[in-house]
Ligand binder design. Structure first.
Ligand code: PLP
Length: 462
């Protein structure tokens, strides 16, 4: 568990002092410290947010050349999370993943990554020009979700590259996944480090890891070199604010700084940055007990839920009880419990599910949607790397006419959320049959510009 840290938020304190000054301000943003804030929004959120929405000022510091309160806030975060350096991000974990991959993989170099990586990893392949070496995760069958990436899968991918005389420039793992599935990062980082390959971990959903004995160790504690966390998802910062942590000395720190400068806005929001500082300070106050209540509520809820038969329930729960889940699958719904979860909300969730069980006492609906054909991953053929596919001309064709063409868009049926086509891959008859089958079973088709799959975007031939 992490030790007690400084609970004072330096950036929040600096923002407060700066905002209460009676300044004659001739700087951006145009609402001029709230003086010209539009009433339609101040009536909803008040003027205070505008008053504190300040630009880069000497007393606050500069995100891209950190000094003063920004630097202090990042240093406190590094201490709490156990990194050698932490960068605050205003473009979400998406921007951290882009920077981490761009800083470690140059055009033509190989990145080992799971096929079901978040779309930001695929767009990082476009930005970096790296060549993907995919690991196909198996599935946790009864839940119809993707399983963890195992150390032996990573080793196999490394060895396959080595047999061709190639070496991975980095390994990218998502742990936990959206559904909370964790990989054995200690073993994977050992494997990577024995070959001097950096391990990047997408820990978007795991910023709380390492802060309670019932939670897994964090990616940094398990030896990862670069870790990106959506502080706004699990902890309490504002949406869009995330952190990128570094450890060890395999990765070039200056390269990370250059990538972040390239990828992020030159006008970062100090409200977002201060919210990261505040979230860190909130956790620093009581790192060992902060999650006690959320974990106890989650344990209780799991215990009750296990005794209730399950159904596809999201829409009904939303309509009848105003209970809103995070992610809906065929055989599971993900409900996120966090530091803001109160007993009344958990009770409403449990009551809603009990009512649902009484009213809709059959599992017909769920069974109808179960897809029992394996996705065609054994013969993936990459005709263009994602970067070249991104820049290639595109056209739309009827789905049956797409056979033999090169995919121009990512197609990811959910569940289980593993892309069947990634731009640049050759579309086969088996893939088309599979996609039409899962669509007929009610799977949601993510990424496709035509989600009914009557048509599909393909790359124009050069
Ligand atoms: C696994 C995973 N990685 C990365 C991201 C991107 O995070 P952000 O929304 O902070 O950019 C998400 C977002 O849902 C995610 O689920």
């Amino acid at each position: 568990m992490m030790s007690q840290q400084n609970g004072v938020p330096p950036l929040v304190t600096a923002l407060k002092s700066s905002a209460i000054k009676n300044a004659a301000s001739f700087h951006f943003p145009g609402h001029n410290r709230g003086h010209a804030a539009p009433a339609s929004l101040t009536e909803v959120i008040g003027r205070t947010a505008y008053v504190h929405d300040l630009p880069v000022l000497p007393e606050l510091g500069n995100l891209f050349c950190p000094h003063g309160p920004i630097l202090e806030a990042q240093v406190e975060a590094a201490k709490l999370f156990g990194s050698s350096q932490t960068w605050f991000l205003v473009g979400g974990t998406t921007s951290g993943i882009h920077a981490a991959i761009m800083a470690t993989c140059s055009p033509g170099e190989f990145l080992i990554l799971p096929r079901n990586s978040h779309i930001s990893a695929i767009s990082a392949l476009v930005l970096s020009g790296a060549v993907p070496k995919y690991i196909i995760p198996s599935s946790v069958n009864h839940w119809h979700i993707a399983a963890a990436v195992t150390p032996s899968q990573v080793l196999k991918a490394m060895e396959e590259l080595e047999m061709e005389g190639k070496k991975a420039a980095a390994v990218f793992i998502t742990s936990p996944t959206y559904h909370g599935i964790c990989s054995n990062l200690s073993k994977i980082s050992e494997l990577c480090h024995s070959r001097k390959i950096p391990l990047i971990v997408d820990e978007a959903h795991g910023a709380h890891f390492g802060f309670h004995s019932k939670l897994p160790k964090s990616a940094l504690q398990q030896g990862a070199d670069l870790v990106v966390q959506s502080t706004h998802k699990v902890l309490c910062s504002l949406t869009q604010s995330s952190m990128l942590h570094m450890s060890g000395n395999i990765v070039d720190k200056e390269k990370i700084c250059r990538c972040l400068r390239t990828l992020q806005t030159t006008s970062p929001s100090f409200l977002l940055l201060a919210s990261l500082d505040a979230a860190r300070a909130q956790l620093s106050e009581n790192p060992d007990i902060a999650f006690n209540q959320a974990i106890a509520l989650a344990d209780e809820a799991k215990c009750v839920l296990k005794q209730i038969p399950g159904y596809e329930a999201d829409e009904i729960l939303y309509k009848d009880e105003e209970v809103i889940g995070e992610l809906v699958g065929n055989t599971c719904i993900t409900y996120v419990l966090n530091l803001g979860t109160c007993r009344e909300h958990v009770e409403r969730l449990l009551l809603g599910i009990k009512r649902l069980a009484e009213t809709y006492g059959s599992i017909e609906q769920a069974e109808k949607k179960v897809v029992n054909v394996d996705a065609p991953f054994d013969d993936i053929m990459m005709s263009l790397i994602p970067r070249d596919a991104f820049f290639a001309g595109k056209r739309k064709v009827a789905i049956r006419e797409s056979i033999g063409e090169v995919a121009g868009e990512l197609i990811c049926p959910y569940p289980p959320g593993v892309p069947v086509l990634i731009p640049g891959e050759v579309i086969t008859e088996k893939i088309v049959d599979y996609l039409l089958h899962v669509r007929s079973k009610g799977a949601e088709i993510n990424g496709a510009s035509d989600s009914s799959l009557s048509s599909i975007v393909v790359c124009r031939k050069l």
